[in-house]
Design a protein around this ligand. Structure first.
Ligand code: FES
Length: 74
């Protein structure tokens, strides 16, 4: 198990997403994007993971963090 180091004292950054998997990896071929802009979650709080649902706003307000999504553009 890889644990993130940093301001959270070494706590895992992923609280619940697909924990049965050794590594969570998602990929997309850019030509297959259905929308001109697709935001991918990097905070692990999204209910629609791997897509961002805006949950990072609540996380940032609660923790003082500044994480945001990865934006894939067509
Ligand atoms: Fe995780 Fe937006 S919900 S980056």
């Amino acid at each position: 198990v890889v644990r993130a180091e940093g301001g959270s004292g070494g706590e895992p950054i992923n609280p619940a997403i697909r924990k049965a998997e050794d590594k969570v990896v998602d990929s997309v071929v850019i030509d297959q994007l259905s929308k001109p802009l697709t935001p991918y979650c990097r905070c692990w709080r999204s209910a629609t993971f791997p897509l961002c649902d805006g949950s990072h706003v609540k996380h940032n307000k609660a923790t003082g963090d500044n994480v945001g999504p990865l934006l894939l553009k067509k």
